[in-house]
Design a binder for this molecule. Structure first.
Ligand code: GLA
Length: 744
């Protein structure tokens, strides 16, 4: 039983392997949050003393207790205008002008399994893996009932949270804010980490001291965005890679979001996160319900690395679903950086010949194959092959590609429309535009109103038609601009605030239908690279194009940042040409492959322009990736370097500790460098390990190999391993350690 109710103390405790989470029902019906941290089963209400700090109001029912205030006590889910002046979770107004919510406990239930959300991405549980707590709170004045949903995954140290709101009264309620999660931590000195960036430079970790007042991160873009990510970490100031208490909050949501942290007058911290309230509202008529996106709360007493590994496992095994979730992913050869828009049958077949010859699994035809798509000024929406470039159609092309030895994949950007397209000419009202105002363009295109059912159905029919017309095994689903002119032609004026969230409900419903009806197709998410890299997308598509930046050295940083929350199997990364098209930097082919070796690997170049020696090297890289595939996709990740180090070093260790891959890539080199000393992690101290193979790329001199001897796990963990200094143009090295003793 991971959920325990103590009737005497009126506490409810959620227990996971390493953590306890406790709340308490107190008169006159408030739900306080007592604790979240390392596991203890004690009633922790003793932590909170009555303390009149002045100007913090007390409830009417506690008129003789001036020191008892919602403003200073930790809340499980904070209403508004009820005496707590900190950031509220819920804001509303009714048609009778009532604002705010005074939430009082009305009951709770504990059930086996995980709660379900309708129409939103959500984690899933195998039998016996999760238990659900539903706590009902009610606001008498507005008639709003809030069900706080908690699914406890004991073994995973994960608690999923969401909120179900019901209008049980007789007034219409306008929701203005409905956070998915609230976490009040009463004591401590904290840092917080978020992941910021820009197009081609996504998800760089920013670690800051948590200061008094309000701070946070969010997106107003109608997408999670390149600039921010719906994932934040709160950690001890001393927390490092492998030590210290860390809390993670990750949203399964791809639209605009807001995550806020507030350190209050008492030094307590409130973390709230959910749909971005700016530009959001939702009308709830009597009898109607609304569910918020899900949030994944995770606690790690083993530092940031422990937090990452917990999220990786959970996302891989409890968020990703379907045929591809746990299967080896195909090695891809993508046409984009090889041809850009200049694609036709001949060029695609030439690439397919190369793909077959190199041993890639899928040849992906990227942008430029449909309608009059010569450049990015036109044709989004006209999803039929260009008859001059592809006179034989997609079915024929896919067959030919298969005959040449690989599967066939296709790029689509179904959420968009170019003003210069037959689709826009036929349905100008399907685009998000504000009547009477010229719309804003992004990459010369407009966004379709996915909140409309007819638009969803049209996209479904179009994509399903394409998938039925040809033997297509992979779809890259792109989204190359964000949402402006947020106005739907089919919503009444007082529902326009629902437009962005309805867009995402529409998108998720489309993704759900397509994944259900085409389970063997591998869908990869993309939004100008990693502009929508979030757990919401991963609930449908198990991998996402990490960044349009294919420079290995720059992307290493992006992969490192992404890896704080998201598993390697989710990160599609390719080897591209040198000099790199985004940065102009030249790097060795071997380094490019070592950097791109995530669980979703591939190439993004024209192999016809390479020498036979380079093609031979690619064949070897693909063979090596296949050998390592399971370790790369399911191994436990250990970061051995910090983003500011001149090298990036990371280790993947199989779950049984039997093998480990160490990769080191130099970001900068020095003259007369010191040897690189690394303490390895994740190995079994009692085990013995042998270097199975080692590989170098881009080194100035022939370095002597590390001795082919056995090492005690304890030696590698405690004393470390000394690597020869790496000099050259972005040199890199990889080595595989294999456990040699019996590890039963
Ligand atoms: C986006 C993607 C690229 C490529 C182009 C095609 O930018 O991230 O990989 O598919 O679109 O237009």
């Amino acid at each position: 039983m991971s959920i325990r109710y103590n009737e005497k103390d009126q506490t409810i405790t959620l227990l996971t392997r390493s953590a306890a989470y406790q709340m308490q029902i107190v008169p006159p019906g408030y739900l306080l949050h007592l604790y979240y941290g390392r596991r203890t089963e004690e009633d922790l209400s003793y932590l909170y003393l009555d303390h009149d700090c002045g100007f913090s109001p007390n409830p009417w029912e506690r008129q003789d207790q001036r020191g008892w205030s919602l403003d200073t006590l930790p809340q499980e889910y904070a209403g508004s205008l009820g005496g707590d002046f900190r950031t509220p979770c819920l804001e509303l107004s009714t048609d009778r002008g009532i604002r705010g919510a005074d939430l009082r406990y009305a009951g709770h239930t504990v059930t086996a399994g995980k709660y379900a959300l309708s129409g939103l991405p959500a984690a899933w549980a195998r039998e016996g893996e999760a238990e659900t707590l539903t706590v009902t709170l009610a606001d008498a004045a507005s008639g709003l009932q809030a069900e706080l949903l908690y699914a406890v995954f004991e073994e995973r140290d994960l608690i999923c949270r969401a909120l179900r709101l019901k209008n049980t009264g007789d007034q219409s309620i306008r929701l203005e804010k409905a956070a998915s999660v609230c976490l009040d931590l009463p004591f401590g000195d904290w840092d917080w980490i978020h992941f910021s960036g820009r197009h081609t430079m996504e998800r760089r970790p920013e670690r800051r001291r948590l200061l008094e007042g309000l701070q946070g991160v969010g997106s107003l873009r109608g997408a999670s965005g390149h600039q921010a990510n719906p994932f934040v970490i709160l950690c001890d100031r001393e927390a490092g890679e492998e030590q210290g208490d860390c809390y993670g909050m990750m949203l399964l949501y791809s639209g605009s979001f807001l995550a806020q942290l507030e350190k209050d007058q008492m030094g307590a911290v409130r973390l709230t996160a959910g749909i971005q309230p700016e530009l959001f509202s939702w009308r709830l008529e009597p009898g109607e319900s609304f569910e918020t996106p899900e949030a994944l709360l995770c606690f790690s007493p083993e530092g940031l690395g422990g937090l990452s590994r917990r999220y990786h496992r959970f996302l891989r095994q409890n968020v990703c679903r379907g045929y591809w979730a746990e299967r080896p992913r195909p090695v891809v050869l993508n046409s984009w950086e090889a041809c850009y828009f200049d694609v036709d049958e001949e060029r695609v077949l030439a690439l397919a010949r190369q793909a077959g010859d190199l041993g890639a699994d899928v040849l992906v035809l990227d942008d430029g194959w449909f309608g009059d798509r010569r450049d990015d000024h036109r044709a989004l929406g006209d999803w039929t092959p260009n008859p001059e470039r592809f006179p034989h159609g997609l079915g024929w092309l896919a067959r030919k590609v298969r005959e040449l030895g690989s599967g066939f994949g296709l790029w689509l950007e179904p959420e968009m429309v170019s003003p210069d397209s037959a689709l826009y000419r036929a349905h100008p009202d399907w685009a998000l535009t504000v009547p009477g105002r010229p719309p804003t363009l992004g990459r010369n295109q407009l966004v379709l109103d996915l909140g409309r059912e007819e638009v969803q159905n049209w996209i479904y029919d179009t994509v399903a038609g394409i998938l039925r017309s040809a033997d297509i095994s992979y779809i890259k689903w792109d989204m190359n601009r964000e949402l402006t002119d947020v106005y739907s032609r089919v919503l009444p004026p007082d529902r326009q605030g629902e437009c962005v969230h309805r867009y995402y409900r529409g998108l998720y419903s489309l993704m759900e239908r397509l994944c259900r009806d085409f389970p063997r197709v591998l869908f990869e998410g993309c939004a100008g690279g990693g502009g929508r890299f979030d757990a919401g997308i991963l609930a449908y598509f198990p991998q996402i194009w990490t960044s349009d930046n294919t420079d290995p050295v720059a992307r290493l940083g992006i992969q490192e940042g992404t890896g704080y929350g998201y598993p390697l199997s989710a990160m599609a990364a390719h080897v591209s040409a040198s000099p790199n098209h985004q940065t102009g930097r030249s790097t060795p082919l071997g380094t490019r492959a070592m950097a791109a070796m995530t669980g979703a690997f591939g190439y993004e170049l024209d192999p016809g322009k390479l020498t036979e020696t380079e093609r031979q090297e690619i064949r070897r890289q693909i063979a090596r990736w296949r050998e390592l595939e399971s370790l790369l996709r399911t191994g436990e990740l250990y970061r051995l370097s910090r983003p500011e180090d001149p090298f990036a070093a990371w280790q993947l260790v199989s779950t049984d500790g039997g093998e480990s891959l160490l990769t080191v890539c130099m970001r900068a080199v020095e003259s007369n460098p010191r040897p690189l000393w690394l303490r390895l992690r994740g190995l079994r101290p009692e085990g013995r390990y042998r270097i199975e193979w080692q590989e170098r790329a881009g080194c100035l001199e022939e370095l002597s190999e590390l001795p082919e001897r056995e090492y005690a796990g304890s030696a590698l963990l405690y004393a470390g391993l000394t690597l020869p200094p790496l000099r050259g143009d972005y040199p890199a090295m990889q080595l595989l350690l294999q456990r040699t003793d019996d590890n039963e």
